[in-house]
Design a protein around this ligand. Structure first.
Ligand code: AP5
Length: 200
């Protein structure tokens, strides 16, 4: 299996509901790297009512972002853990230009550049449909109509500019996110395998 023994540093970009979390779970198994989801970390901190969690929860009200300060501190601590030495998959981070700059300035302990920034692409209607469908089966407080609309707007204002940022660094890969989970996974794997082989 190609994943074993390779160092792979991946960033997952893309709007809410595009499939980042779903694909991340499959990818980290294959590439044997930790899945670092800032959304999940923030939800856990909120559930545990830590000082950081309570502060972040107030900031995230209505689908807004947690502050760069909180998120960067959280990611810095996570990337310093030993399981990140052989790479990592960042799901939902960076989400703003200042967060991306922090990562470039050596947030990761090994100070290596990322190998691939994956931008999953799905039309707005389908995103909305997926999130509304999830609202019926999962308990995510931010999956309701108003908050979803606001998350989309926040994405367009704050995160969308990262596409150009990483395009200029020549590490951005656009991937069609429509199709079955397996079809999308195969497209991502084709990109990552090529990246790994080119680097070998
Ligand atoms: P986060 O948890 O990152 O949420 P998100 O970006 O809104 O993304 P989602 O989890 O909603 O969607 P996804 O792309 O992971 O799709 P999924 O695989 O779940 O962030 C939540 C909040 O935390 C943010 O709003 C912000 O407040 C805060 N936050 C997080 N990171 C931050 C940061 N860096 N800075 C500041 N604040 C931060 O799939 C969605 C649904 O679609 C599922 O039901 C799934 O089963 C289904 N699905 C998946 N793939 C397919 C497919 N191919 N076909 C059909 N359905 C599919």
């Amino acid at each position: 299996k190609l994943g074993c023994g390779w160092v792979m540093r991946i960033i997952f970009l893309g709007p809410p509901g595009v499939g980042k979390g779903t694909q991340s779970q499959k990818l980290v198994d294959y590439w044997s790297i930790p899945h670092i989801s800032t959304g999940e970390m923030l939800r856990e901190a909120t559930r545990n009512k830590t000082e950081l969690g309570l502060k972040a929860a107030a900031q995230m009200e209505g689908g807004r972002l947690a502050s760069d300060e909180i998120v960067v501190q959280m990611v810095r601590q996570r990337l310093a853990q030993s399981d990140c030495r052989n790479g990592y998959l960042l799901d939902g981070f960076p989400r703003t230009l200042p967060q991306a700059a922090s990562l470039d300035l050596g947030l990761a302990v090994d100070d290596e550049a990322v190998d691939a920034v994956l931008n999953l692409e799905v039309d707005q209607e389908e995103l909305f449909r997926r999130l509304m469908a999830r609202a019926l089966k999962e308990d995510r407080g931010d999956d309701n109509e108003d908050t979803i609309r606001n998350r989309m707007k926040v994405y367009n204002d704050m995160t969308f500019p990262l596409i150009q940022y990483y395009e200029e660094q020549k590490v951005l890969f656009r991937i069609d996110g429509i199709g079955t989970i397996e079809e999308v996974f195969d497209r991502i794997q084709a990109v990552l395998t090529e990246v790994a082989e080119k680097r070998a």
